[in-house]
Design a protein. Structure first.
Length: 512
């Protein structure tokens, strides 16, 4: 690889002596983001009650974050290229800490939703900067694989820590501490990054910022998710709901047109039109749509229907997290250099769909050990197995100048999928619950019978939405098996050529 190409990629001439120390602080920042996502799920019922948030609006605690994060990830990746990765990383940490403090001090739902959106904004600066710092600091193929492996393991483990820590903080202190706990993480990571990280020279992209692209993509995604959210309370035929979907289609179409015309597009269309990458973005986005709604439903099922405490709810989710880590590190990582990616992604999504199918049998008295435990294990194993090769293939063969935006697109498809999934499945569940209660409440004469009908209605709503999630996962498997046609990846040539330099193993940043 030529010296010019090296500079274009931001690759250092010699490995940074402090790279392993830097990994500690970069991974700590990733832990904070993942921790925050799962902690908020556990704390949501308590926060909802304390702040008087309605059932129709509660999803915005999750959706506001996911939408801001997903809508601005491409912009965040571009800002990191323009300002410098280290500077963007530290700024993202500082902003995330400030937004967390605001969330912990929230006195009403507007303040809560605003703080979550701000967390998403600064998370969108933080995540691409963290990934690109790892990519430019670890230039040796074996070291790079090890670094991303550690980073990914911490990300997966962070989910488990978040569920348990969220339960303890909510139950024994207050739900507000699930926000305040981010502050020490951010301070330590920012201080460490400032003193330890040495960003290689020559890695910036000086192309002018695509402002129209940023505005059109963000507004288009906001309109799309708001349309799904509006449908829950006002129906699919509501004029504003329909207007949001139409506006979203127009804005996103205009975004595609603008990106095809400008000299330095926010998202070069060649990144998403390549068959394998397009298949990965689409299948991952669909899989996340199915998963995100499920996290919300299971949290409410365990706490409200089954009467679990926040701590017990956190521990109840551990089999899913263990399954994800096992599927990723013991199945996906071991097999992804031996078989074609589609042969891991397709079956992985189908195994997850089987786990989801078990959950359609949920009832008020369902046994955790007999139903929920095996379902969660299958879900985790399937998703972990599918995600690891997908992350690896997402940037394989991409031009060096596009490797950052290709990585950001993976996270964007996940975050926007999460926002749409939460809104869409919540809408389906709420509609089924309302219909069930209306049909059965007349025959309930006593208060206890009425409460039973309401609980049965909730479970009926959850299972109706889970059936849709099963179908979405099957579609994701079909897309992975038909669109993704790449052979076994060559894991040795990571930096040996311009093509190899873009062949990076990317780890997802997942927010629930």
């Amino acid at each position: 690889m030529s010296e010019t190409a090296s500079k274009a990629l931001g690759a250092p001439a010699a490995p940074d002596a402090g790279r392993w120390k830097a990994l500690v602080f970069i991974a700590l920042a990733q832990l904070m983001v993942v921790l925050d996502a799962t902690i908020v799920n556990i704390a949501l019922p308590s926060a909802q009650q304390d702040l008087g948030i309605s059932d129709g609006n509660r999803q915005w605690v999750v959706t506001a974050y996911a939408l801001a994060f997903g809508g601005l990830l491409l912009f965040g990746g571009r800002i990191a290229d323009l300002w410098g990765r280290k500077r963007t990383f530290v700024l993202g940490l500082a902003g995330f800490a400030a937004a967390s403090a605001l969330g912990g001090a929230a006195t009403n739902e507007a303040m809560m939703f605003g703080s979550r959106a701000l967390q998403g904004v600064f998370g969108a600066l933080l995540a691409p900067a963290a990934l690109s710092l790892l990519a430019v600091m670890f230039t040796d193929a074996k070291e790079r694989a090890k670094a991303f492996g550690i980073y990914g393991a911490i990300a997966g483990g962070g989910g488990a820590v978040g569920l348990i820590l969220g339960g303890f903080l909510t139950e024994y202190l207050d739900w507000r501490w699930t926000f305040f706990v981010n502050i020490p993480f951010a301070v330590i990571a920012a201080a460490g990054a400032y003193f330890v990280i040495r960003e290689p020279e020559g890695g910036r992209n000086r192309s002018p910022l695509d402002i129209p692209g940023v505005i059109l993509s963000t507004l288009g995604l906001v309109a799309l998710v708001y349309g799904f959210t509006r449908a829950e309370s006002d129906g699919w035929s509501d004029s504003v709901t329909v207007g949001m979907f139409v506006a979203s289609a127009v804005l996103l179409l205009a975004f595609v047109v603008v990106e095809s015309k400008v000299k330095a597009p926010l998202l070069p269309l060649r990144v998403v039109t390549e068959r394998n990458r397009g298949g990965i973005y689409l299948s991952l986005g669909l899989a996340i749509i199915a998963m995100f709604g499920l996290f919300l439903f299971l949290t409410y099922y365990l706490q409200i229907v089954k009467g679990y405490s926040p701590v017990k709810t956190g521990f109840a989710f551990l089999p899913m997290i263990a399954g994800m880590i096992t599927g990723s590190t013991q199945i996906g990582t071991r097999l992804m250099t031996r078989v074609a990616p589609r042969l891991l992604m397709g079956p992985g999504f189908l195994v997850a769909a089987l786990g989801m199918l078990l959950l359609t049998q949920l009832e008020i008295g369902s046994s955790y050990a007999a139903l929920l435990l095996p379902a969660m294990l299958l879900l985790g194993l399937g998703m972990g197995t599918a995600f690891m090769p997908a992350m690896s293939l997402a940037t394989q063969g991409v031009e060096p100048r596009d490797s950052g935006v290709a990585s950001a697109m993976v996270n964007t498809s996940q975050q926007v999928g999460g926002a749409i999934g939460t809104a869409l499945l919540n809408t389906i569940a709420a509609s089924a619950t309302t219909s069930y209660i209306a049909d059965h409440i007349v025959g309930a004469t006593s208060r206890s019978q009425q409460q039973l009908v309401q609980l049965e209605g909730m479970v009926q709503g959850y299972t109706s939405a889970i059936w849709v999630a099963v179908g979405i996962l099957v579609v994701a498997a079909v897309i992975a098996l038909t669109f993704v046609n790449a052979g076994r990846p060559n894991m040795t040539a990571v930096t040996g050529s311009d093509e190899g330099a873009a062949d990076e193993v990317q780890i997802p940043v997942v927010a629930h």
